[in-house]
Design a protein around this ligand. Sequence first.
Ligand SMILES: O=C([O-])CC(=O)C(=O)O
Ligand SMILES: [Mg+2]
Length: 219
Amino acid sequence: MASARNVTRFWEWGRKIICVGRNYADHAKELKNAVPTEPVLFLKPPSAYVKEGSPILVPMYSNNLHHEVELGVVIGKGGTAIPRASAMDHVAGYALCLDMTARDIQEECKSKGLPWTLAKAFNTSCPVSEFVPKEKIPDPGNVRIWLKVNDQLRQDGNTSQMIFSVPYLISYISEIITLEEGDLILTGTPKGVSSVQEYDELEAGIEDIVSMTFKVDRQ
Ligand SMILES: O=C([O-])CC(=O)C(=O)O
Ligand SMILES: [Mg+2]
């Protein structure tokens, strides 16, 4: 039976956002973190979504909001313990995503051994592009993702630099957290993360397949 909802509008579904951290060695190193041997996972709630036309809000409690450009994978077919070999059958498409991070708060959480919720899961912490159909990205393990702040290129990476591939991540995550149609996986950021301020304009893209622009505002 056809789904009543349209997965191309996944951000309206209220499904979960699963994020992978430290999936690019160059980014792990720039923040002086060890390169992981297993994926680092955390979550954002569906209230983190923001679409073009609405601003990214700096949380009141942060003075150092960072951008992290990431390839997002939109799940089309759910599953538990999905084998790596069939993982790509569960992908509906992709989205360009920003994992907005209150870096000062994350550092504090890290030093106190506390979870990253305040640093990663606040309102507007997950700006997303339009849905990109699966056919437009034949190999999610080889696309350029880039981000500019006020026209200056800050991040320019390729998903070929990911430590854990998209099929590996789908398989790994689904062993722990059942994946559902409309879920989004953020696959980690390459190097070049930096601060954004009120009034800044962020422009990001996946090659010339999709791009998006967001303004930054204070809460
Ligand atoms: O906050 C971090 O550095 C971890 C993370 O999300 C990433 O690597 O994309
Ligand atoms: Mg990230």
